[in-house]
Design a protein around this ligand. Structure first.
Ligand code: UT7
Length: 342
């Protein structure tokens, strides 16, 4: 570039635009326990019916962890499958971030146990606690590390065994949840270059403790008197879910100068088909552009989004170049979104 200043010709140094480092999706995987518990079977032990559960939630069945299956074992299996899909060896991983509300132990963190189980020799790992929004929070954390240049390859895992914190006599909650794990591998790479930006375009995280009493666990590992059971005012959570998630999808699109017409897929948290359909309608996405697993998995909390994402990628519905919007709301309350160009 030549600047002509007062008759003097100055050669300005060529402006080097630094490549935009983004978190790129390299692979995804999932794990579901072998044991499947259908609505009819559940109705034998608690006062409910297949018709009620299907009509109010869309759930037909859920997977339940066996005695040998834990947040660590399921998360490690999902992570192995994500690594295999990406063709990356465990040795190259810099960080393992696990979203879970049902860790094997208070500590070591489930992430560190998974790091060990996979034979990852270095890096670091820790758990993120944000209930059903946990995976979105974990994406936000990993994305910040990658954009800052601190790590290059991270496993982001959601893994839950809610069957162990349910009151199996409370029909208002026990019919809603299931166990499982999902994982993705994010790698640092150039976000642009092919025209459209690729990778994780944004994450938006929110929380508000004022509504802690509508969805919570009434105990903890640290309490001698009670390990804790999930409690929920479903109607109130439903109301907040529809309102907060509508806000957060608008926020994600506006922040990226996009509209709902740019979206290829909605991969929502899988709590209730009625909430999922409401979000799909709001984004004017036909049902075939929304990944739904709640019918087969029920609500697997932090595992639900990565499980749904892994399913959509594995069966070829979600393809490279597609724009995917993820959103969730959970206990806390916590809620958030992540926008990803595959
Ligand atoms: O992942 C975290 C976020 N969680 C959510 O987003 C969950 C949000 N909430 C929901 O999905 C729904 O509110 C539920 C599925 C939990 C409940 O559906 P609802 O349409 O809001 O039902 P409701 O709570 O208003 O209950 C309606 C009736 C009640 O009976 P009465 O009071 O009308 O006589 C309940 O006792 O249904 C009864 N009921 C059941 N009946 C049969 C509640 N649970 C059951 C059940 N089987 N399992």
């Amino acid at each position: 570039m030549i600047n002509d200043i007062g008759g003097l010709l100055l050669a300005a140094p060529a402006v080097q635009t630094a490549p935009v480092i983004r978190s790129l999706l390299a692979g995804a995987g999932g794990y579901l326990p072998r044991r499947v518990l259908g609505n009819e079977e559940l109705a034998l032990s608690v006062d409910t019916s297949d018709a009620w559960i299907r009509e109010r939630t869309g759930i037909r069945q859920r997977h339940i962890a066996g005695p040998d299956e834990t947040a660590c074992s399921m998360g490690a299996a999902a992570a192995r499958s994500a690594l295999a899909a990406a063709g990356v060896a465990p040795q190259g991983i810099d960080a393992v971030i696990v979203a879970t509300s049902t860790p094997d132990q208070a500590f070591p963190a489930t992430a560190v146990s998974i790091q060990h189980a996979l034979g990852i020799p270095g890096g670091f790992g820790f758990d993120v606690s944000a209930a059903c929004t946990g995976f979105i929070y974990a994406l936000g954390v990993v994305d910040a590390f990658i954009r800052a240049g601190q790590i290059r390859r991270a496993l982001v895992i959601g893994t839950e065994v809610y069957s162990r914190i349910l009151d199996w006599q409370d029909r208002t909650t026990c019919v809603l949840f299931g166990d499982g794990a999902g994982a993705i591998l994010l790698t640092a790479g150039e976000g642009s270059g092919t025209g459209a930006d690729h990778g994780l375009l944004s994450t938006h995280l929110h929380s508000d403790g004022a509504h802690a009493d509508i969805l919570y666990v009434d105990g903890a590992v640290g309490r001698r008197d009670r390990p804790g059971t999930l409690r929920m005012n479903g109607r109130e959570v439903f109301r907040h879910a529809v309102a907060r998630m509508a806000e957060v999808v608008d926020e994600a699109l506006a922040a990226n100068n996009l509209t709902h017409a740019d979206l290829d897929w909605l991969v929502p948290h899988q709590a209730n088909l009625r909430i999922i359909n409401a979000m799909g309608r709001r984004l004017q996405l036909p049902p075939e552009r929304v990944i739904v697993t709640v019918d087969r998995h029920a609500n697997t909390s932090a595992a639900s989004i990565p499980l749904a994402l892994a399913e959509g990628l594995a069966d070829g519905r979600i393809r490279p170049g597609h724009l995917v919007l993820m959103e969730a709301l959970g206990g806390g309350l916590t809620w958030g979104s992540a926008l990803l160009r595959v």
